[in-house]
Ligand binder design. Structure first.
Ligand code: ATP
Ligand code: MG
Ligand code: FE
Length: 345
């Protein structure tokens, strides 16, 4: 069975065709990086318009790549939230129109569930339950993933997401948008011991993350550098990345101590594309004699294959959604999780 997936919650317009045999028959991504670069970040109105202009031809091209017609797919899955609401609505309304026209089931996907299940698309051996570190542009959470739609949130950030901290560090260092990959490249040339930076909440009894203090410290380090402190932008990038890694490893280690039996330690989301983060977590998993799973880089940042795959998993359980289902700007994976000091979901 084949599912058409549609993603439009941030600044990538994407479509993909994925089978229940874990084959990505075709996928296309139109990035809006160039569109938003002059503004140094995503402008929601501009993003929504760009999705509206690009999505229909992108879906046609994806079907053509796989030599398929809409009639040949078994279901249409689209991101229904959380994200920038204009873009989400463009994707969801398009999916509804296609589902109605071709008389196919519609499956509304939580974008975060797309990230959370993407490792299972890449690795057929990955079984529930697994411990997931979800690190992306808008989120930094540790989740027990017990099944489709069954998430237990063990930790979240009390202020900024890690992707946000990477993007702000990039901006401060004049690396432009999007920032994560640029910080990683620069960090490779720097000395991570040169710039003393805080590791917020490391060793703390509470389970959560915090990156706001790290971000401010990076800003102060940049000012000090400009006044002649003996280090470079590359040293700041490396020191920032190492501080972030220390936080991730410490918090994940704490979660592993407190969680029940897990089949694997898994990382997903855009920041999971970072090689230094991947290898630090791989070492942590090995320490705990746990399998480590990280999706290939192209499945970490936003894409439609992960949305189609979440659709495949839901279709296999006989699930679909009514055509009047609403787009949701906020949509926590674990609605029972306690609110944390005004932080995001
Ligand atoms: P969310 O999924 O929380 O709604 P999003 O969809 O905007 O947010 P993603 O596309 O999942 O976020 O991830 C984008 C983030 O990942 C950006 O903040 C980007 O800087 C970061 N990122 C991408 N590649 C890397 C990398 N190699 N190292 C560090 N961060 C990275
Ligand atoms: Mg993007
Ligand atoms: Fe995302």
């Amino acid at each position: 069975r084949t599912v058409l997936g549609i993603e439009s919650s941030c600044d990538e317009t994407a479509a993909a065709l994925v089978t229940d045999g874990r084959v990505i028959l075709a996928q296309r991504i139109a990035s809006q990086d160039e569109v938003h670069r002059p503004y140094g970040g995503v402008v929601p109105e501009i993003a929504a318009r760009a999705h509206a202009e690009r999505l229909a031809p992108l879906i046609e091209a994806t079907l053509a790549d796989a030599n398929m017609r809409l009639e040949d797919v078994d279901a249409i899955a689209a991101t229904a939230g959380p994200g920038l609401i204009g873009g989400v609505m463009v994707g969801l309304v398009t999916a509804k129109a296609l589902a109605m026209a071709a008389d196919k089931p519609l499956i509304a996907i939580n974008h975060l569930e797309g990230h959370a299940l993407s490792p299972r698309l890449a690795d057929p051996g990955l079984e529930y339950p697994y411990l997931l570190l979800l690190v992306s542009g808008g989120h930094c959470q540790i989740l027990g993933v017990e099944g489709v739609g069954r998430f237990r949130r063990l930790a979240t950030t009390i202020d900024d997401a890690l992707g946000e901290a990477f993007d702000k560090t990039a901006k401060l260092l004049g690396l432009g948008y999007p920032g994560g990959p640029a910080v990683e490249r620069l960090a490779a040339r720097g000395d991570a011991r040169k710039v003393p930076l805080p590791r917020p909440l490391v060793g703390s009894d509470e389970p959560h993350f915090s990156f706001a203090g790290l971000k401010s410290a990076v800003m102060r380090a940049k000012q000090a550098m400009d006044k002649g402190a003996g280090y470079t932008e590359a040293d700041i990038a490396a020191s920032f990345q190492q501080a972030a890694i220390d936080c991730l490893v410490d918090r994940t280690r704490r979660a592993l101590k407190n969680v029940g039996e897990m089949n694997a330690l898994v990382v997903a989301g855009g920041v999971a594309a970072n090689q230094a983060i991947r290898s630090a977590l791989e070492t942590l998993a090995a320490e705990h004699r746990l399998a480590f799973v990280a999706p290939p880089l192209a499945l970490c940042t936003d894409n439609a294959a992960m949305i189609a795959w979440a659709g495949v998993e839901r279709l296999a359980l006989g699930q679909s959604d009514p055509l009047d289902i609403a787009a949701r700007p906020r949509w926590p994976l674990d609605p029972d999780a306690e609110a944390v000091r005004g932080a995001g979901v």
